[in-house]
Design a protein around this ligand. Structure first.
Ligand code: FE
Length: 197
């Protein structure tokens, strides 16, 4: 027996199809894209490339949209991107105070909390408090910069590369990078001992 939300979705879909408002094949393609092709693993590849290749990183920080397109990512909701780099002195945090603008081609669907009124308002008023609730306590000397996304410009946080990972391959590095680190509510943790052979 499907769950309640699943039943509601099925009822809605059959109604939309019946009225000729959506094409079921287009809908399937869209669902497949967000389940399999589009997600934080795309953004993670951009971050890992920037860590491995200083020239790519320079291009990413200069013209993120073009640098991201080099890896084949772009399109709807990712037309105008800006990458902001975390350093020991600066931590970047991304929010959309107005609604929920988000770089879909790089990060997939936004988490529920990203769209919540609490996050949208508190990320601006008390970013350190919000970060603490995500388990991230920053040193007092680290400056926190909050970036407000819009439909015109969306942000990707380039997290700091964890120490002791210089010998890892780009693919291995990408596997460490989390969605939260690319929104700026987290940092990239070093691999657990023995995780990388
Ligand atoms: Fe928005």
């Amino acid at each position: 027996m499907p769950s309640d939300p699943a039943l509601r979705v099925m009822a809605l879909e059959s109604l939309l199809v019946e009225k000729g408002l959506v094409d079921p094949e287009a809908l399937d393609a869209l669902v497949d894209a967000y389940e399999h092709r589009i997600g934080p693993h795309n953004g993670a590849r951009v971050v890992a490339r920037a860590w491995k290749d200083p020239a790519y990183k320079a291009r990413l920080l200069t013209d993120a949209t073009a640098a991201i397109a080099e890896l084949g990512f772009g399109g709807l909701q990712g037309e105008h991107m800006m990458a902001v780099e975390n350093t020991p002195m600066v931590h970047n945090l991304v929010v959309c105070t107005l609604c929920s603008c988000y770089p879909y081609p790089l990060l997939g669907l936004p988490p529920v909390w990203y769209k919540s009124a609490a996050y949208r308002s508190r990320a601006v008023i008390d970013p350190r408090g919000v970060l603490r609730e995500f388990g991230l306590e920053l040193p007092a000397e680290t400056q926190v910069r909050v970036w407000d996304s819009t439909a015109e410009l969306r942000y990707l946080v380039l997290p700091e590369q964890p120490e002791g990972t210089d010998d890892m391959s780009e693919e291995q590095l990408a596997s460490l990078v989390t969605r939260d680190a690319m929104i700026g509510v987290g940092q990239v943790a070093p691999p657990l001992a023995g995780e990388v052979a």
